[in-house]
Design a protein around this ligand. Structure first.
Ligand code: WTA
Length: 643
């Protein structure tokens, strides 16, 4: 890497070999973004070519209108790379959590047959195009097979993170009205077996789920599976006698491909709708260009399939590019803190894509642990999910990338389907704590409250202008109002509002400041204060509560909870914790819970979380004249100090 001032550029050698290395691509794409995406789309296999690239009826829009496609045909038999060329190449290398267990390698051809068998199995169960299928699986190959099998037959998958609680699963299954759920008996996490089937059984109560397909992951090692006769079916039994070819469903470009839920501002999560054509184009080319994917690469995105990064870069992106990628079942620091380092060396990983929270955790273990690693195979590093601060950026760049790998900090959202802001590895520049430039063909601006463009260095709201990106969400499942209110209200129907605060430097590089709504990013996972609050106030003895996100050294942000209860309740904190576990899952557990007698409010009754944040971090409170009850401030201060 070459350093010029505070900017880093790829070495001449890296640049020469990179797929995209000429900055003129930005100008070219800017001149006609629709044509730019259409030219890329032409590289894919379409059953029928689209009639119009982009159609805009604000706030609705379509991409590749009239085109017919199936993502699995583009991964397998009609892969533009030539299926014969990649057939017997490893598609995915699965590393189980238990060290003593053997990895599983699936070639593209093997994966193809597995996908077809399950696709036929799903058809036998009556699943048809457009039907929703819930997937509640750990990081095992069957999770990818399940997603692809749905895509093969045009069923809409709704993947639910396996560490989500039964309640979180149930809410999503109810919203999608899925008739089939694919789950597993259990999985390994930090040496323990988690009884996933039990959670699945609870989560399918009061839903429309008629059939539960169960993958045998743990062979009854920890828990005998409770079997619901007539409802449950082993994955193995469903697939073993199926034909290994299933005709791909011909999907319209704008047919729903999948639904992925993300936390909503109230208790109810939002089902982001993604469509077949646009998502496929964006997933393929963002993965190819941003990670410079070449045929001999070994790509590892550590994201769980339950999140959007898992969908696009731990599954579809690498597969569309015929790449070999790693799938890891466990936690990166189990059973040894450098398990992740062992995996990079073991498989010769060339691209490592992870979240700042993991980087900070590795950093905390100290560099001594890394002395034995040279990481010679690594060529590109990536970061995603939350802002990466300068110290973590530099540590990652030096200690893991050995000062030679471009570090692509990638900004995007569940809503955008794929990465939208980052610098390309063969072009740069890379600047610590700045995500970079909009991807070619994408138009971002930073606006102030009045809708005027911010000056260099000025904070404002990050927004995207038409024609947006092909993979942008098309709606919130069964909630058109939410779609309008969340994304198309702040600046009108032609401007996509990201809910992120940002600024630009003089080079046009964008720095993300963080969310300006009530989303908090706990270890990169998206939760809202609203959903936590509504989970907590379901406890009948809690009359009111407020949740804030406070900075955390490792996890980025972490919730802190303030509660008001009717009377003194024994073990109230334990009850709040178990309630969050039950309603959401362990990812959202708070750092502290404070019992208070009142919460700071405006005269119109709005809780001032901003004041709570300042009280917690012991910052000056500023003007309190808008508070209806300023006396609470002193009381809360005392509670915080006393605890
Ligand atoms: C944040 C994750 C800073 C941002 C792909 C966004 C980031 C939210 C970055 C979406 C980054 C994501 N730098 N912040 N590189 N990437 N974010 O839906 O606040 O889980 O709006 O998608 O994460 O989170 P989501």
């Amino acid at each position: 890497m070459i350093k010029k001032g505070n900017l880093y550029y790829p070495s001449k050698d890296f640049q020469k070999k990179a797929i995209i290395n000429n900055p003129s691509i930005y100008k070219k794409a800017e001149r006609n973004p629709v044509k730019f995406w259409e030219d890329l789309a032409k590289e894919l296999f379409w059953f029928k070519k689209w009639k119009k690239g982009f159609v805009h009826n604000p706030p609705y829009f379509e991409w590749f209108k009239g085109g017919k496609i199936n993502i699995t045909s583009n991964i397998f038999e009609n892969n533009p790379l030539g299926f014969d060329k990649i057939k017997n190449k490893a598609a995915l290398i699965w590393e189980p959590e238990p060290i003593e267990e053997r990895p599983r390698i699936l070639t593209y051809y093997e994966l193809f047959r597995e996908v077809n068998r399950l696709a036929n199995g799903l058809k036998d169960l009556g699943v048809k195009k457009g039907d929703r299928v819930g997937i509640y699986l750990p990081m095992i190959p069957e999770a990818i097979i399940s997603m692809l099998a749905c895509a093969r037959i045009g069923a809409v998958h709704a993947v639910v993170f396996s560490a989500f609680s039964p309640h979180a699963l149930q809410v999503r299954l109810q919203d999608t009205q899925a008739k089939v759920l694919i789950t597993a008996d259990g999985y390994y996490r930090r040496g323990k077996i988690i009884d996933l089937k039990k959670n699945a059984d609870r989560g399918t109560k009061n839903t429309k789920v008629k059939k539960v397909i169960v993958v045998n992951r743990t062979d009854d090692k920890a828990y005998p599976v409770k079997w619901n006769k007539g409802k449950d079916i082993w994955y193995e039994d469903l697939t073993k006698n199926q034909k290994d070819y299933c005709k791909p469903e011909i999907m319209d470009s704008e047919d729903i491909f999948f639904i992925l839920y993300t936390s909503g501002s109230t208790g109810k999560p939002k089902g982001c709708i993604h469509t077949c054509g646009g998502y496929t184009v964006q997933a393929k080319f963002t993965a190819k260009w941003i990670f410079d994917l070449k045929q001999d690469d070994i790509f590892w995105s550590t994201a769980d399939l339950g999140w959007v990064t898992g969908h696009t870069y731990s599954c579809y992106g690498p597969l569309l590019n015929g790449t070999t990628f790693i799938m890891f079942e466990g936690a990166p620091n189990w059973p040894v803190p450098d398990r992740w380092g062992q995996i990079i060396e073991k498989y010769g990983v060339t691209t490592f894509y992870t979240a700042p929270t993991a980087i900070r955790m590795f950093q905390k273990y100290g560099t001594d642990l890394l002395k034995k690693y040279k990481f010679e195979t690594l060529q590109i590093l990536g970061s995603v999910g939350e802002p990466i601060d300068e110290a973590a950026w530099k540590w990652y760049f030096k200690e893991i990338g050995k000062n030679k790998c471009p570090l692509v900090d990638t900004w995007w959202q569940t809503e955008t389907g794929g990465i939208l802001i980052t610098c390309l590895p063969g072009i740069g520049p890379f600047k610590p704590s700045f995500t970079g430039l909009p991807f070619p063909g994408i138009k971002f601006e930073i606006l102030n409250k009045k809708g005027e463009k911010c000056k260099t260095g000025e904070h404002g709201n990050l927004i995207m202008l038409p024609p947006f990106c092909p993979g942008l969400l098309r709606g919130v499942y069964k909630n058109p109002k939410k779609y309008l209110d969340t994304y198309w209200k702040e600046y009108g129907k032609e401007i996509y509002f990201t809910s992120d605060g940002a600024l630009k430097d003089k080079n046009g590089l964008i720095r993300i400041i963080g969310r300006i709504d009530d989303v908090i990013k706990v270890a990169g996972h998206r939760v809202t204060t609203g959903e936590l609050e509504s989970a907590i106030t379901k406890l009948h003895f809690i009359t009111e509560c407020a949740v804030i996100g406070i900075p955390d050294e490792i996890r980025g942000e972490i919730p802190v909870v303030f509660i008001i209860s009717k009377n003194k309740i024994k073990d109230i904190e334990k009850q709040v914790i178990s309630q969050i576990r039950k309603e959401i899952g362990p990812i959202a557990l708070p750092k502290k819970i404070y019992s208070v007698s009142d919460l700071p409010k405006t005269r119109s009754g709005k809780i001032m979380r901003r004041i709570l944040k300042k009280l917690f971090s012991k910052e000056p409170l500023g003007d309190l004249s808008t508070l209806a009850n300023p006396e609470t401030v002193e009381q809360i201060k005392k509670v915080i100090i006393d605890k």
